[in-house]
Design a protein around this ligand. Sequence first.
Ligand code: 13P
Ligand code: SF4
Length: 306
Amino acid sequence: MNDSDYIEKRIRKLLKERNAILLAHNYQRDEIQEIADISGDSLALSQEAARTDAEVIVFCGVHFMAESASILSPDKTVLLPNLDAGCPMADMVTVEKLRQKKAEYPGIPVVCYVNSSAAVKAESDICCTSANAVRVINSLNDSKRILMIPDMNLSYYAAKFTDKDIIPWKGFCPTHHRIKVEDVMRMKEKHPEAKLVVHPECTPDVVALADHVCSTSGMYRYARETDAAEFIIGTEMGILYRLRLENPDKRFYLISDDLICNNMKVTVLKDVVFALENMVNVINVPEHIRIPARKALERMLKVPRD
Ligand code: 13P
Ligand code: SF4
């Protein structure tokens, strides 16, 4: 048995002993996705965190995701195996700055992308993910104007599917923001038959060129259900693991080699073992923040699917 087989066996045993479930985001390292009980996009993982019977949730993702799990399941122990896994976009909005903005736009509801801290969610009316942003916005029947935080690119994308006036925040994901039109054109020339699929965190000029725009889990669906044999992919490289596994006869090309989110890659199998063995790196959210943040998350989870 090699080292990684041993570690994987150890993790499976610990998960059983602790009555724990391992959730992994679609951008995690291949070996983490391989061992996960459930891997998915932010929406699927928060739905799972809200309904699991496990006593412990090991969240292989970034900090805001583990925080959301803890907000939704306060009776469970939520572990973030590597505490260095943050999200630069989430750090682009603070409670103080949001309060200032709300004062500029009194009475306007705040739609908060889940890529944000618990404290920022607590200041917001409703959360959204990349999979349900448009539905969430359109569910706010009484409001013509909306303040949307922190991802400006998701706001620009959602604005195309609503008649509401969206006031964007100037945050962005450094990984997706890096994708340039020139990179896309180069790939399109190289693979003229390929469908271009991008995440809505990409800039509007890149989104405008795409055949399909969707969340990470939406990309699995699209690749499965579309007849095309080749796809150019505009999101973090972790997506390729399952795309290739689930579609062995199709080909997937990343727009550029540097689409790596270091925060998503910082967690390794040994961190999972250490956290489970010692029950450390527990994510807790103080009640005065958890309760209003939960309201915003639960309101999102109640928005009906199309
Ligand atoms: P989704 O998996 O919800 O599309 O999220 C993308 C992302 O950037 C998470 O950090
Ligand atoms: Fe944050 Fe972008 Fe990394 Fe997702 S991919 S965790 S949005 S920096």
